[in-house]
Design a protein around this ligand. Sequence first.
Ligand SMILES: Nc1ncnc2c1ncn2[C@@H]1O[C@H](COP(=O)(O)OP(=O)(O)OP(=O)(O)O)[C@@H](O)[C@H]1O
Length: 354
Amino acid sequence: MVLYGIVVPLPKPSFTRSEQTIISFDPSTDRMYDAASRRRRGDYVFVVNPMGANGRTGKEWKKLLPYLRSRFGGDCNICESITLGPSHAMDITREAIREGVDAVIAVGGDGTLHEVVNGFFWEGKPVLAHDQGAKHSTALGIIPLGTGSDFARTFCWKNDPHEAIERITTGLKTQIDVGTISGERGDLHCFLNVADIHLSAKAGYYAGRYKRFGNLCYVFGALRAFMGHRNQDLKIKVDGGEWEVYSDVTALCIGNAKYFGGGMKITPTADPCSRNLEVVILQNFKWYDFVLKLHKLYRGTHLSEENVHLRSVHTIEVEELVSQGGIYVQSDGEHLGFLPRKFSVLPAAIEMFI
Ligand SMILES: Nc1ncnc2c1ncn2[C@@H]1O[C@H](COP(=O)(O)OP(=O)(O)OP(=O)(O)O)[C@@H](O)[C@H]1O
């Protein structure tokens, strides 16, 4: 965790196991036994960001926990892990997977989900259980309780924790893709939802400062980002092909899923189970285009506009045509620095409760 340039180490994650041990009677031995030791119960770790949605996540979670315990009954061990600050969810997840838990469930918004997903990987490779290796896989679960909760929208999931718990107890899972972003130093970062470049990324950067205003933060962020904004010439390389130039780019968005910015359907053709990424490039948008076409961006009907381009890719490299620096990059609403960057898809990388 970095606070004003000072690195503050977070404590090693530990799981508060709210275990409900079932004691049964075994007539063959005339003795009592712990039913869990006969029928292995799953270990589910709930990673809760108490500060999500301006503290609403923490409050909702407290109310939810008794329901969760009763709903799961004796089927699994519920481990509650409350994050202490930014990046902590990532450490908790890594540690939990190494310990061989069956599921890690992100409780919060897209930022928390983003950290949990990054915890599934270490230096670009999946984190494995210490004693079982690749034989064991940990599933990802989501209880969307954030401000935007944009990833959940692709699956038409509401910010309804009871509905989310039903999904997890039902236990239906699917393999989903994960996007990766490599920086200049070769470090790899994962995203689950949408990574984006330039105006939208700058708007997201500022929106993060106005989260106290709820969903209005995206409006304030966009207004602030427009100040001093200029469309830029970018070059892209798709799937290792030739460099192509796109002039006057307003925003370039790389979708593993469909929504960002609190409900804008920016990459409407994206599907986390498609094994590719959908790239939408907005060219030469002026401020009034956003006023006139905003409804199209929210509905996902903007692809028919002549200055909007769609590409399906496995990898895409993006650079400035003339390097000046300062072109914002974000993924899943988290600021990630500036161009150049390379984006790739990791197909079927995580098993997720649906
Ligand atoms: N204990 C904590 N105190 C302060 N910040 C935290 C804490 N735990 C996590 N965070 C940070 O809070 C950020 C935002 O959390 P989260 O995404 O859950 O909610 P949100 O921003 O309201 O929702 P959304 O991202 O869907 O709009 C995360 O990026 C995370 O780094």
